[in-house]
Design a binder for this molecule. Structure first.
Ligand SMILES: [Zn+2]
Length: 143
């Protein structure tokens, strides 16, 4: 009786099974033993439709997966950040605000009057004067 080469596939005449060629090494295997190769495509795994044997089956390369940075935290309402610019200039405590601040709560008539802050005067913007127009020198024509 002649025996046919079947590679790494097993033959069972009582339970026949399909053969398949591994797309990694080229050996014959039972098709049930070949697995699909998956790979990272964007943020999820995708089937590359390659059927490979267990020896050729690769773990999906994790560095093909993009890094998804979580969103920024939700900002708080009415924050009170430190004025680091004033701290760096050594003008701490902070200078008064350039706008009047309304007192909170009932007004005490015996309290001193709130200070009046002067709004800084800013010079109005004037566009710079244009330079005089260019006048080409006269070309002397030969007699
Ligand atoms: Zn293989």
């Amino acid at each position: 009786m002649a025996w046919r080469h079947t590679g790494r596939a097993r033959v069972n005449p009582r339970a026949p099974s399909a053969f398949g060629v591994c797309q990694g090494c080229g050996f014959w295997y039972n098709l049930d033993n070949l697995a699909y190769q998956f790979e990272w495509r964007g943020p999820r795994l995708m089937n590359t439709r390659k059927r490979v044997c267990p020896k050729c089956l690769d773990k999906p390369f994790i560095f093909n997966r993009p890094i998804v940075i979580p969103p920024d935290p939700v900002p708080r309402m009415d924050p009170r950040p430190e004025n680091f610019a004033a701290l760096d200039q050594g003008t701490y405590p902070l200078p008064p605000l350039p706008w009047p601040v309304q007192p909170v709560g009932p007004v005490n008539p015996s309290a001193p009057a709130p200070p009046q802050f002067a709004v800084p005067q800013v010079e109005p913007y004037l566009p710079p004067a244009l330079p005089p127009p260019f006048v080409p020198p006269a070309i002397e024509s030969e007699p």
